[in-house]
Design a binder for this molecule. Structure first.
Ligand SMILES: Cc1cc2nc3c(=O)[nH]c(=O)nc-3n(C[C@H](O)[C@H](O)[C@H](O)COP(=O)(O)OP(=O)(O)OC[C@H]3O[C@@H](n4cnc5c(N)ncnc54)[C@H](O)[C@@H]3O)c2cc1C
Length: 454
């Protein structure tokens, strides 16, 4: 699979999209000695840095102070005069995003990767045409164009925002209706709720966070409801109409028209393959418009690869980065080709409180394994007790009943994602419940529940 620089093409590698996958692949390929160019139509850093994980997590931190300030009273602090200014937080977040964008750009430039800040389209098997009209050729092409928010086809959908716009609001809505039930919907519901908005989650289906274990999903629903978030299931949007005094009239299938200041759609993400010129190179797509690839991220065309969300394998930043790294090492490195292992990928929902998970849910384990043993710890964290906060956490461990091997861990608890990263190593390594039992607890922590479950 190794590809030596040739004089035949302008570049050894042309990457379309400078997001998580594209930046990693371009930098590593260049470090292997390839002559690399990357095109980016929006901003270097892609979804994660500019309008995804990074600014979202900063808003989660910002929102958490609302709860911390309330809790602080029982710890002896007086916080009566605390106020919150959205514009300060928004602008500080956007400034930091700019800083990270600069760091990504510097990394590419220091590896001598040529950056075209414009849209690119494939116009021939080895040919790319840029929005400016410039035409370049490359021996290998990498498509790393990510995905975009899905906007449903309801009347007036253009009046709704997606997560892209949520980071730029000039004011916080008094009332927001969020369509969706996935991680982005739940994360923004938590954020807006803590900032004082009235939040409604409207879901077409009958449950939240489908791929997560039922016990943690139910607990999130219970706690979110307690915090004031209102949920509607099996409900669809009929229309959204601007209202002359500002805001919108929204008609949903289960009610009369009602008013909201903002409507946000968080109903999934669509791979960015439209208008890319894939037909000009004969690249095959799957049913959802995603690019079909093999274990090495190679499309059906030998010299064209795709990584990250555009392939719709697992739409997470660390996965896109791994796929980009593996592609660059395989095609431009000296070693054997590397395939990314997509099993046992840990994930988190930065809801309020957060969820984290790795491996099989109880339902999946029961379907796939002969016998299953489930351990559960349902507890009120020490900090919540003193704060007078009646929120219980849950840690659930799923084991293969025959071997004792842990096949899944699921948590909803403050700092669950931080605990999960370490636990996921154990699950990936195939450790058993006995290995956990043999480990001494760190006391007093929430994570000690992991080694104390009986
Ligand atoms: C609100 C939100 C929160 C998220 N939170 C998390 C999280 O907490 N943890 C996590 O792991 N993941 C999270 N994600 C998902 C994560 O952002 C993506 O999985 C990741 O960014 C995918 O990387 P990528 O390289 O495939 O695509 P992207 O990062 O989307 O990069 C693709 C780039 O290609 C560019 N592009 C597209 N078409 C063209 C073209 N024709 N020419 C030139 N450029 C083009 C785009 O402008 C974009 O910059 C979140 C996503 C969202 C939307």
């Amino acid at each position: 699979m190794a590809s030596a620089p040739t004089g035949e093409y302008d570049f050894d590698l042309f990457t379309i999209g400078a997001g998580s996958g594209g930046v990693r692949a371009s930098r590593v390929a260049a470090a292997h000695g390839a002559k690399v160019a990357v095109a980016e139509e929006h901003r270097v850093g892609g979804t994660c840095v500019i309008r995804g994980c990074v600014p979202k997590k900063m808003l989660v931190y910002g929102a958490h102070f609302a709860e911390d300030l309330k809790d602080a009273r029982n710890f002896g602090w007086s916080t009566e005069n605390a106020t919150f200014d959205w514009i300060t937080l928004r602008d500080n977040v956007l400034k930091d995003v700019e800083r990270i964008e600069g760091a990504y750009t510097n990394t590419l430039e220091s590896h001598e990767v040529t950056i075209f800040k414009e849209r690119a389209e494939i116009t021939g098997p080895h040919e790319i045409t840029l929005a400016s009209g410039k035409v370049v050729t490359a021996k290998t092409i990498l498509i790393a164009t990510g995905a975009r928010p899905r906007m449903p086809e309801c009347q007036g959908a253009e009046h709704a925002i997606s997560s892209n716009e949520a980071f730029h609001l000039d004011e916080l809505p008094k009332k927001i209706i969020i369509a969706g039930g996935g991680y982005i919907a739940n994360e923004f519901a938590g954020i807006f709720n803590e900032f004082g908005s009235e939040v409604h989650i409207v879901n077409r289906g009958d449950r939240l966070l489908r791929s997560y274990d039922e016990a943690v999903r139910d607990r999130l629903l219970q706690i979110s409801t307690m915090k004031g978030i209102q949920f509607r299931f099996n409900t669809t949007f009929e229309y959204i109409k601007p209202c002359s005094e500002g805001g919108y009239f929204v008609k949903m299938s289960d009610c009369d028209e009602e008013k909201a200041d903002l409507v946000m759609f968080a109903v999934g993400r669509v791979p960015n393959t439209e208008g890319l010129g894939l037909e000009n190179a004969g690249v095959e797509l799957g049913e959802g418009g995603e690019i079909k690839v093999d274990r090495f991220s190679k499309t059906n065309v030998d010299h064209i690869y795709a990584v990250g969300d555009v392939t719709d394998r697992v739409q997470l930043t660390p996965v896109a980065i791994r796929e980009g790294q593996a592609f660059a090492d395989s095609v431009f490195g000296d070693g054997e080709p590397v395939a990314v292992d997509h099993s046992c990928i840990p994930s988190a929902v930065f809801s309020h409180p957060p969820i984290a998970a790795v491996g099989m849910t109880e339902g999946e384990a029961k379907n796939q394994l002969g016998s299953v043993k489930v351990y559960l710890s349902d507890f009120r964290p020490m900090k919540n007790v003193l704060a007078g906060r009646n929120e219980r956490s849950l840690i659930k461990m799923i084991c293969d009943g025959d071997s004792g091997r842990i096949v899944g861990i699921h948590m909803i608890a403050p700092e669950a994602p931080e605990m999960m990263q370490a636990a996921a190593i154990a699950v990936k390594a195939g450790l058993t419940k006995e290995d956990f039992d043999a480990t001494t607890a760190i006391h007093p922590t929430m994570a000690e529940e992991l080694v104390l479950m009986r």
